[in-house]
Design a protein around this ligand. Sequence first.
Ligand code: ZN
Ligand code: ZN
Length: 295
Amino acid sequence: MASGGPVEHGYPHLETVRAAITALYKRLSYDTVRTFATSVLPADVAFCDTDDLYLGAQRVAHELVRHYRLPDARLVVSFREMRHAASVELAAGPEYFVELNDRFRTHRRDIGAALAHEVMHVYLHRLDLSFPGVRDNEILTDTATTYLGAGWLLLDAFREDGASSQKLGYLTPEEFGYVLAKRSLVFGEDPSVWFTSAQAYTAYVKGMELARLDERQPPLTAAGWAGRRRYARDRRHGPSDSPQPGVRYAFSPDGVGRLRVSFPCPTCHQRIRVPVRGRVRARCALCRSVLECDT
Ligand SMILES: [Zn+2]
Ligand SMILES: [Zn+2]
């Protein structure tokens, strides 16, 4: 896991983040995703400066292993001088060695965040789920950590004051906020009460705006006036090979020459295809969302 350097903002990894959510549903199934309805709670990973460093880190690691339901995994946590924030050795198991940067010796409250990411590496390794390339695989790891209920810790580790800034993980604060918002819309959970960092809360609010925008894209009936107008115009033009910039739906002919439209599910981003014939109710086969469309 990386840390340090100037903090990047905005949504530079958005397409990979969305692909990661889809991949998670595909690999885990809807039913397994639903078992993660409760997040890791602050009390579960609390770590105060009077706690024994090693015993405390082991306890927090064990709590994350329990949260991800890795029954026989044993994490051995150690500290050393290193460039990265943390790393884990992905071997056959059941023992996994996690190394944390020495600075966590004196920043104990962020040990839960670092371990949330590293234990997710173990979880994905056991699922045999990965993205090609180190960068995309780290984005998958942060997205999965957040969607499955431990990533709010990573966002909460983002703090900025006049003199210094700190951020853990590969997503920008807004991207963490976005995934966290997607999660909270699915599970009806409000993570904002757990934040200790004001900047984390701000990023969550911004991420929620974007997550809500996903639910208001045409052809969904919740789409706004301008989007609907553009959709009607694009529909008149019929099938197009290259999707228009800024537009996530695409028209194509079905087998018998009628028009159909495909668009990403606002929850899991799997593409859904429906006939163009006015009001249509679609059900996403992957995340089971029921979508009211006006095609
Ligand atoms: Zn990592
Ligand atoms: Zn879906």
